[in-house]
Design a protein around this ligand. Sequence first.
Ligand SMILES: [Zn+2]
Ligand SMILES: [Zn+2]
Length: 327
Amino acid sequence: MIHQLCQQPQIYQIHVDLPDNPLKYLNSYVIKGKTRNLVIDTGFNRPECRQALCSGLNELDIDLQRTDLFITHLHADHSGLVGLFSAAGCPIYMHPDDYQYLCDSEDGSTWKFAEDNFMREGMPEEDIKTQFSNQARKFSPKIDFSVHAVHDGDVVRLADCDFHVIHTPGHTKGLCCLYLPEEEIFFTSDHILFDITPNIQVWYNMKDSLAQYFRSLDKVYDLPVKLALPGHRKEAHSIRERIDDIKAHHHVRLQEVLDIVRKYPGSTAFAIAPHMTWSMRGKKWDEFPPTQKWFALGETLAHIEYLLHHGQLVRTDVQGIYHYSLP
Ligand SMILES: [Zn+2]
Ligand SMILES: [Zn+2]
């Protein structure tokens, strides 16, 4: 499915369906220039996504020989089909932190780190084993491509437009948004989503991701925005209210963790997570699909890490398993 979002520059959105995934679809953006085109993000490395993306590109008459690809961040729903573009020789743009993470993931070591970490946080081994079927793992790209590294403040000329790169660590360490100041168009990727809340996880390569995320929200708060184009779901025409809502949401969750730990001192993160409020269509924790438990524990841990950094929680190590209490 294709929508045209803007006439000048010519911006189109391709809905790339993400089967069996609560995100539903990825927004891949296509900007058609006079001499070259730009594609922003791709969908998972799976046939259903490839088909949706390719049919969208065909319908828009996109010649890959005259196309650049910008990957906003490492997640497989954004980077999965990079091979389609690298095989055609398209220049690929990405922040070096997320590119490095993808390279480190090739031998499974980043997943091993997450598994060991989640084990320490009380997740049972049988739950960890189910993660071999995690879509983020199964449909990730093959790393046989190199990138043009982009950094905060860069202005890159792509599809006849001057895109301003805004580095917004939090959702991932290397997530970059793109901004067109003249048109006040802001490609927010998964930094700001409007119908769902971006997932904030713990990372081995980023300390206190939630604090960094708050800073990255503040960083873009005052940008003039007429059209905000997110990585998933619906676009919007302003960002400030949404940023206020997202921050309020996380502050409620931080308080929720403190309340749970007050009630159940010495809990593991895995024991804290089921008591949090999750919007999983009325599902109880025990009915969560394994992948959702994985993301929920990661999200809980990001909040715990923030509270540890701010001296509001303490952690004790009991035979290799972490337990949390109020100071
Ligand atoms: Zn993401
Ligand atoms: Zn995403």
